[in-house]
Design a protein around this ligand. Structure first.
Ligand code: AMP
Length: 297
């Protein structure tokens, strides 16, 4: 049976009494789709107990962002989780959903701590969304300290988020193994995201510019030797960003090619790069990326 816990007290009692050799954790903000479900299935496959948290974290939204309208659908989320859990594959595993009934369960009045990771948090999304990653690392640390899992599962759709949390876990020696999972996409190539439902039919077509552009840039790196490819990609990115001024339907917040581990400009030691983009279509900001190995020979 899938168990639902809604208060901190209930959850702490559950963890205290848990007698499981392996515990996997999947933190989410709910409105679950197949992207989330692959993380849940991977955890169920590899752990005796899986905790899924569903919590829309106010600390990671800026003052003019979509915290209030962020889609919340706990009933449907639970149905999806139960359906997977009850399939014959996972009958011996335990699945527990922690969906705090109020923000206070996680951040009670007087909560005054911020956890932040410098460097990695300051690039890409960190520039457009000041304080966003500190909000993410603070909630993830808080949840890690409650759940105390051996493994935690994160999607590469939010690649920078994964790197920032990995750095936090290593710096603070949390003893939690982070498992990155591939990006799940719709048939047309758009990465699944809870925010896709904000898009009108026309906007959704425009949004395909994001995965298609990343694919074109990836193709160049795959086909050409690195030095030539890098120059070509940088020129193409400059041209694309130049077109921002004339495009009224959508706007590139960033489009960059960086070393995939350090998020700095690629250098002689880089083996893998990330091509990362954030595109605002109408009022909806979408992110996506491609991780590509460099071809030197
Ligand atoms: P969120 O609910 O958006 O905070 O996401 C919770 C987790 O699901 C994060 O680790 C995300 O990276 C992951 N996730 C969201 N969308 C996708 C996707 N399309 N493919 C893979 N993982 C995803």
């Amino acid at each position: 049976m899938t168990e639902l816990l809604r208060t901190l007290n209930q959850f702490e009692i559950f963890i205290k009494n848990l007698n499981s050799s392996t515990l996997g954790f999947v933190p989410t903000m709910g409105n679950l789709h197949e992207g989330h479900m692959t993380l849940v299935k991977e955890s169920l496959h590899n752990n005796e107990t899986t905790v899924v948290s569903i919590f829309v974290n106010p600390k990671q939204f800026g003052p003019n962002e979509d915290y209030k309208k962020y889609p919340r659908s706990l009933g449907d989320d639970l149905k999806k989780l139960k359906k997977i859990h009850e399939s014959s594959e996972f009958q011996d595993q335990k699945l527990v959903v922690f969906a705090p009934i109020t923000t206070d369960e996680v951040f009670p009045t007087g909560f005054a701590t911020t956890i932040s990771v410098s460097g990695l948090s300051d690039k890409l999304c960190g520039l457009a969304r000041p304080g966003h990653f500190a909000g993410v690392t603070t909630v993830v640390y808080r949840l890690f300290s409650l759940v105390r899992p051996q493994k935690a599962y994160f999607g590469q759709k939010d690649y920078q988020q994964y790197l920032v949390i990995k750095q936090m876990a290593e710096d603070l020696k949390l003893g939690i193994q982070l498992i990155p999972m591939p990006i799940i996409r719709d048939e047309d190539g758009l990465a699944l995201s809870s925010r896709n439902q904000y898009l009108s039919t026309d906007e959704r077509k425009t949004a395909l510019l994001l995965p298609q552009t990343l694919d074109q840039l990836r193709k160049i790196i795959k086909e050409e030797m690195w030095e030539k490819a890098y120059l070509k990609v940088k020129t193409k990115i400059a041209n694309i960003l130049e077109s921002n001024k004339t495009n009224i339907n959508c706007n590139w917040d960033y489009l960059e090619i960086l070393d995939a581990l350090k998020l700095t400009d690629p250098d002689d030691e880089s083996h893998t790069v990330v091509i990362a983009g954030a595109l605002t279509v109408g009022k909806t900001r979408l992110i996506d990326n491609r991780i590509v190995e460099i071809r030197n020979v």
